[in-house]
Design a protein around this ligand. Sequence first.
Ligand SMILES: Nc1ncnc2c1ncn2[C@@H]1O[C@H](COP(=O)(O)OP(=O)(O)OP(=O)(O)O)[C@@H](O)[C@H]1O
Ligand SMILES: Nc1nc2c(c(=O)[nH]1)N=C(CO)CN2
Length: 168
Amino acid sequence: MPQAPDGVHDVYIGAGSNVGKRLFHLDAAVCGLRDIGEIVQCSPVYETDPVGYANQDKFLNMVVHLRTTAKPRELLEYLARLEQQARRERTIRFGPRTLDLDILLYDNDYYCVSDLQIPHPRMWERAFVIVPLADLTPDRLGLGGIRVGQLAKSLQVGEEVRYVGRFW
Ligand SMILES: Nc1ncnc2c1ncn2[C@@H]1O[C@H](COP(=O)(O)OP(=O)(O)OP(=O)(O)O)[C@@H](O)[C@H]1O
Ligand SMILES: Nc1nc2c(c(=O)[nH]1)N=C(CO)CN2
């Protein structure tokens, strides 16, 4: 894939929904992201078992590759606005939500500024992130220098991630 021009950043965003019309929320998020950059590619959508808090419905998860001039903080604030538009309510930690948008990767940068950490601190242990990320960028080096595609293979063993379709 050709490199992004100067000032344009390659970002991977994780999206999840398990409340209401799940696909509608993911679709709205992708449309919303178009206003802050160019969508390079969307992963397939996976239906996944809830992680972290079991007593909730299954999620739909996907990853979006976005090219944007937005800086990390500006992007985080924009994602929060998209979550608000989906009427996300914050109740239980790791609990149900109409829409969750996380910045997974931002170029090859590391950020750790109070409420913003990139790469996302819990992404490497989450099959619902790594499997769709591996669909987009399998050769990228992940935690411990292991390629994302390789990480995805080992995660699939322990956790079922079911492919349900492609909508874009
Ligand atoms: N890379 C990141 N992407 C998104 N939010 C982040 C990131 N790093 C830190 N945060 C912070 O995490 C806060 C809580 O996010 P949120 O309520 O979506 O958590 P969660 O979805 O319940 O859990 P998780 O972050 O494990 O997915 C956000 O307000 C944001 O400030
Ligand atoms: N399968 C799945 N489980 C989750 C998810 C998610 O997106 N998918 N998000 C969570 C909160 O960040 C907690 N648990």
